[in-house]
Design a protein around this ligand. Structure first.
Ligand code: NAD
Length: 234
């Protein structure tokens, strides 16, 4: 049975990925803050070791842990920048580094990072998140080149806004930053860049991850897999 490590497993997207992969016969080690702080090297080492101890193998690593901080650049706290980079960029790097030998041994290892449309385009007031997600795409491209001779692929799923606590939590901050009433934020800020005016459901992201770790995903490597409701078509 193939085995996967999924981070952010208590969150909207991570939980949906765990459920979807399990329903397709994967053994899944899902982790979140109660298991380890992925902002630290030890935390990332701990979760990779635990997955390997539990399953004796790793065929897929899916970093999905994350959070958002919304503030204009001149007020953006340095410690939030550091924390965003640690969780959104350094954690995927460390997970790949620590799991690399196991993914190579798999012969068909998959590294599928949950990135964002913000790996491709920017929005105001999200400097830490946007910089980290752009960096994550660079990480994935490099892993794709290093993994190629081992049958190991690396991709970055790039969704537009998904209906999860991460989005709900930023409505108040977006209202402050854009000087809008909170009830106007969804339509006027969050859905503004979407050509299709709806939120993506977590299960839709999970279905894309399941495709990428499956047989049909073998040719996808070193690329963003964009599911952005037309955001970047403009
Ligand atoms: N929700 C969206 O609109 C959206 C869009 C594009 C990309 N994404 C990305 O999808 C991923 C999942 O986001 P989500 O919407 O499910 O958010 P979420 O807030 O529902 O879940 C994120 C999870 O990450 C965990 N986490 C955060 N910091 C951690 C740490 N230091 N150590 C361990 N776990 C930690 C949280 O506890 C939480 O359970 C994130 O990387 C996010 O950037 C989300």
């Amino acid at each position: 049975m193939p085995a996967a490590l999924v981070t952010g497993a208590a969150g909207g997207i991570g939980r949906a990925i765990v459920e979807r992969l399990e329903s397709e016969g994967w053994s899944v080690h899902g982790v979140d803050v109660e298991d380890a702080d992925l902002a630290t090297p030890e935390g990332n080492r701990t979760v990779v070791d635990a997955a390997l101890e539990r399953f004796g193998r790793l065929d897929a690593v899916v970093p999905s842990a994350g959070f958002q901080h919304v503030a204009p650049i001149h007020q953006f706290p340095e410690e939030r920048w550091d924390a965003l980079l640690a969780v959104l960029l350094t954690s995927p790097f460390l997970l790949a580094k620590y799991a690399w030998e196991a993914l190579v041994a798999s012969g068909q290892g998959r590294f599928v990072a949950v990135a964002s449309a913000h790996a491709l385009v920017a929005s105001p007031f999200k400097v830490g998140y946007v910089a980290a997600k752009h960096g994550l795409l660079g990480l994935v491209k490099t892993l794709a080149l290093e993994g190629a001779e081992h049958g190991l692929t690396a991709t970055a799923v790039c969704p537009a806004f998904v209906r999860t606590p991460l989005v709900e939590a930023q409505i108040a901050a977006q209202a402050r930053a854009h000087e809008l009433a909170p009830e106007r934020v969804l339509e006027e800020v969050i859905l503004a860049p979407h050509a299709v005016k709806r939120l993506i459901e977590p299960e839709e992201v999970a279905a894309t991850v399941a495709f990428l770790v499956g047989e049909g995903g073998r040719a996808f490597t070193g690329v963003p897999v964009t599911m952005d409701l037309g955001w970047t078509a403009r």
